[in-house]
Design a protein. Structure first.
Length: 402
């Protein structure tokens, strides 16, 4: 091949959190089997080694389950991630106007934390620092302008003038993947008619590692602990109603939040820049084809109510690497359907259960019915009293059971 043409074993389209995690998770295979891997990322990357880390009050964050933290430990990354990881020691679930409450604690599960909340920018920094030590070819900034199947995989024409021919191409380019459209991969889409308002807030007292899930008539409110006395806010609104909230000044916004959430977390004193995201359940109808696998939000985009989106994606990374390791051990082609069906078999039950759970939770608490509301309250009380069931649900949410 010419200087602008290259054959690689694996091409990862998307160098965000999911794509970068996959490249890092492939490190042992790179060393043992001499795999050639290329990552194509559209957004310019800062030099992680030189750019100073400056925590931002406006930074977006992700909830990392304990099982996901263990996966980062297995990659040798947790010691670098941990300094900016705020532990979740207790999850408090309630419904506004009802007495029922469920509490899930790390202590009763004999775990140091139920999970962690980490700024996305810090995760990206750690992942990219690791990738700089690996023999991975970066095409950044670059886009895949054209993708087409060939005899042994896919050919990718990039905006930087390079052409990649890959035995396996992994689409990890997010929920708005244009490449799925190019390839004719359809998705099932179920709009929730809701919009999530995302921001960080400062509270008047230490949060003590408590994460709150508060269901209201308008939609759920989640508060996740960050470093110091800051918390990440995910406030769900009926579609259209978020506009008035976004138009409020900071003081009025915090007053409205205080009225909707109550005093459990203390007084809200400060709010960051706010962002709004329409919420739709999206699931790709195909996640594998010969020479192709789909990961992360390109495969499934969930309601944030249960905080499972990135954790589900990271388990997909782990399962894909396991399927590839098995294929390498048996001399099977990485993009062969035997390998990819193995990957799909590892994913299908977990994916179905998590999607069903998060979607069911939204719909259950979204029904405005007095009798059902009392039943939900009784269920929350019962769940709090019945330890084995509560602990089982907690272990599944933590990614410790599948």
């Amino acid at each position: 091949m010419t200087a602008t043409q290259r054959s690689v074993d694996i091409a990862i389209v998307g160098g965000g959190l999911v794509g970068a995690s996959l490249a890092c998770a492939l490190a042992p295979a790179l060393e043992r089997h001499g795999l050639s891997v290329a990552v194509v990322e559209a957004a310019p990357m800062l030099d992680a080694a030189k750019a100073p880390w400056q925590p931002s009050f406006d930074a977006r964050s992700s909830a990392i389950a304990q099982g996901s933290a263990q996966r980062f430990r297995d990659m040798g990354l947790w010691s670098a991630l941990e300094p900016q990881a705020a532990p979740i020691r207790l999850i408090h679930v309630s419904e506004k106007g009802r007495l029922g409450v469920t509490r899930l604690t790390a202590e009763e599960l004999d775990q140091p934390a139920l999970g962690y909340v980490i700024p996305n920018a810090w995760m990206g920094r750690v992942l990219h620092q690791r990738l700089q030590t690996l023999p991975v070819a970066w095409h950044c900034p670059a886009r895949v302008q054209r993708i087409e199947p060939v005899a042994a995989g896919y050919r990718l024409a990039l905006s930087d003038g390079c052409t990649l021919q890959a035995g396996l191409t992994v689409l990890a380019d997010g929920g708005r993947s244009s490449l799925k459209e190019q390839l004719g991969i359809a998705s099932d889409e179920t709009p929730y008619d809701q919009v999530a308002v995302i921001a960080n807030v400062e509270v008047s007292r230490p949060h003590e590692g408590i994460a709150y899930e508060r269901f209201t008539r308008e939609g759920p409110i989640a508060l996740l602990p960050l470093k110091g006395q800051q918390m990440a806010l995910i406030w769900t609104h009926a579609q259209g109603r978020e506009r008035a909230r976004l138009a409020l000044g900071d003081g009025d916004f915090l007053s409205a939040l205080q009225h909707a959430f109550g005093e459990r977390a203390g007084r809200f004193r400060r709010v960051s820049e706010r962002h709004a995201y329409p919420l739709t359940l999206v699931t790709a109808k195909e996640t594998i084809r010969p020479g192709l696998a789909v990961l992360g939000n390109a495969a499934h985009s969930l309601h944030p109510v249960a905080g499972q989106g990135f954790n589900l994606a990271l388990r997909g990374v782990t399962d894909l690497v396991a399927a590839l390791e098995q294929a390498l051990g048996h001399g099977e082609p990485l993009g062969g359907m035997l390998t990819l069906r193995d990957f799909e078999a590892r994913r299908i039950v977990d994916r179905h259960q998590v999607i069903r759970f998060s979607d069911g939770l939204v719909r259950l608490f979204g029904i405005d019915n007095a009798l059902l509301s009392h039943a939900r309250a009784a269920g929350l009380v019962g769940l709090n009293l019945f330890g084995p069931l509560r602990r089982g649900l907690a272990r599944r949410a933590m990614g410790l059971e599948r």
